[in-house]
Every structure is written in C-alpha cells, then in structure tokens.
Design a protein around this ligand. Structure first.
Ligand SMILES: *[C@@H]1O[C@H](CO)[C@@H](O)[C@H](O)[C@H]1NC(C)=O
Ligand SMILES: *[C@@H]1O[C@H](CO)[C@@H](O)[C@H](O)[C@H]1NC(C)=O
Ligand SMILES: *[C@@H]1O[C@H](CO)[C@@H](O)[C@H](O)[C@H]1NC(C)=O
Length: 223
C-alpha cells in the first residue's frame, strides 16, 4: 500500500474521494527537462539579438550612409550700385547686388564645392544678368556654411528681338518694382566615413522684388 506523505505536494486534493492507485492527472506531468528549456531560451535570445543588430545596421545605413542633397538659400541681398531710367521707350536698368547665401549640409560627412559657381538672374523667364559665388570651400557634416554671392542685373542682357519682355521691363521699371529670380546650381562632393564619395548638386531658386526708388531687395523667398 503506497503511503500518503509530504513528498507529493502536487497530488490532487479536494473533497473527492481518493483511490490508492492515483492516476497521473494532466497537470501533474513531469516538467520538461532543464537543459531543453535553457537551449530553446538561448535560441530565442540569439534570434532577438540578430534582429536587433539588423535593425541597428539598417537604421545606420538609412541615416548615416544615405547621401542627401545639400540646400542652398539666399539669406540677404543688398543693392550696391543702381542705375535706371524709364524715360525712353525701352527702359535702362543696371544693378549690382551682393548677398549672403547659406549652404546647409544634412549629411554625416563633409560637402566640398569648388569656386566659381554660376548664378543666373531671370526676369519673366528670360536671362537679365548673372553672377557667381566666387569662393570654393566646404560645409562640415551637418553644418551650415555662408557664402558670398554677387550678381549683376542689366537690361542690355535682353535680346534685341525680345520685344515682349522688353516692354514688360519698361513697364516694371516705370512702376519702380522689378520681380527677379536668382538661380544657381552648386556642384560638390559629399564624403561619408572617408570612403563613400558622391557628387551632389545643390539648387538655389529664389524670387525677389527689386525696389528701385528704395534701392532695396524685398520679399526674398527661396524654395
Ligand atoms: C578658382 O580659383 C582658382 C585659383 O584661385 C582660379 O585660378 C580660378 O580662376 C577660379 N575659378 C573661377 C571659376 O573663379
Ligand atoms: C509680359 O507681361 C504680361 C502681363 O503680366 C505677361 O502675361 C507676359 O507673359 C509677359 N511677357 C513676358 C515675355 O514675360
Ligand atoms: C523656381 O521656382 C519656381 C516657383 O516654385 C518654379 O516655378 C520654377 O520652375 C523654378 N525654377 C527652376 C529653374 O527650378
């Protein structure tokens, strides 16, 4: 006859009568062996670690290694020289503008650009002058770099047969406000981690109003 003893704590208890031949109830199955449990846990941890490392590398690749295009925007533009007349049938306009543009480098690596980036001055879709960013240089990783931009606006740049635009310019100079667009493409090289090198072109497209009597540039907007 088996003895009921304190060594069987998980035997079913209750008000039911108990037989001496106790069957093994389902919940009383022996637990899985310890080393089995441990190895399956190890496997789960290893898998989780691999997934985590993959996610970390993907994040790294998407943020640090992806090369983006820097942004170039005109901040300020001053009128240095200005000469205009709308007395005759076709207006005369000559202006020298000097301004400061900001190059914003979003990359985790430097952006190097060479000197002499060309700038065009557009009036009603036609060229009305030009200029350049004389200096070359670099913008460090995730830094801003200021560059000086010089532009000339000249009515003589309009082609002689550009009658429509010439007439519009005469009206605008007469009214004292000339709407201009300044456009530039700055080509440079991004270097990430010292070995990933990519060429990128920062585009500048800014509109403004040249106020002739006040000799100022107003409503400067870049996109
Ligand atoms: C760039 O700089 C070099 C050396 O200072 C000069 O010789 C060259 O004319 C410049 N280029 C432009 C486009 O300004
Ligand atoms: C001249 O101005 C008129 C009215 O603003 C405009 O419709 C036309 O496209 C302009 N022409 C040119 C060549 O810019
Ligand atoms: C500059 O921006 C204006 C306004 O968004 C746009 O109409 C024009 O096409 C742009 N010019 C260039 C050369 O991208």
């Amino acid at each position: 006859m088996p003895k009921e003893g304190p060594t069987r704590p998980i035997a079913p208890t209750g008000s039911r009568p108990r037989s001496d031949d106790v069957e093994l109830a389902p919940f009383a199955k022996p637990p899985p062996r310890l080393h089995q449990r441990r190895s399956s846990k190890c496997f789960v941890y290893a898998l989780a670690l691999i997934v985590l490392l993959c996610a970390a590398f993907l994040g790294f690749a998407l943020t640090v290694l992806r090369v983006k295009t820097p942004q170039l925007r005109l901040r300020r533009l001053d009128v240095k020289n200005l000469d205009y007349s709308s007395a005759s049938s076709s207006a005369y306009l000559s202006a020298a503008l000097v301004g400061e543009a900001v190059l914003k480098n979003p990359n985790f690596g430097k952006f190097e650009f060479s000197n002499g980036t060309a700038v065009s001055v557009i009036y009603g879709g036609g060229v009305l002058g030009g200029g350049k960013i004389e200096e070359g240089g670099r913008a460090g990783a995730r830094e801003r770099e200021r560059v000086t931009m010089k532009m000339e606006v000249r009515s003589s740049e309009l082609a002689a047969d550009d009658v429509d635009r010439s007439r519009n310019l005469t009206i605008d100079v007469g009214s004292g406000t000339v709407r201009l667009t300044s456009y530039a493409k700055m080509r440079g090289r991004v270097t990430v981690l010292g070995w990933i090198k990519r060429w990128r072109t920062a585009e500048m497209n800014c509109t403004m109003s040249l106020e002739l009597p006040g000799r100022i540039v107003r409503d400067l907007r870049c996109n």
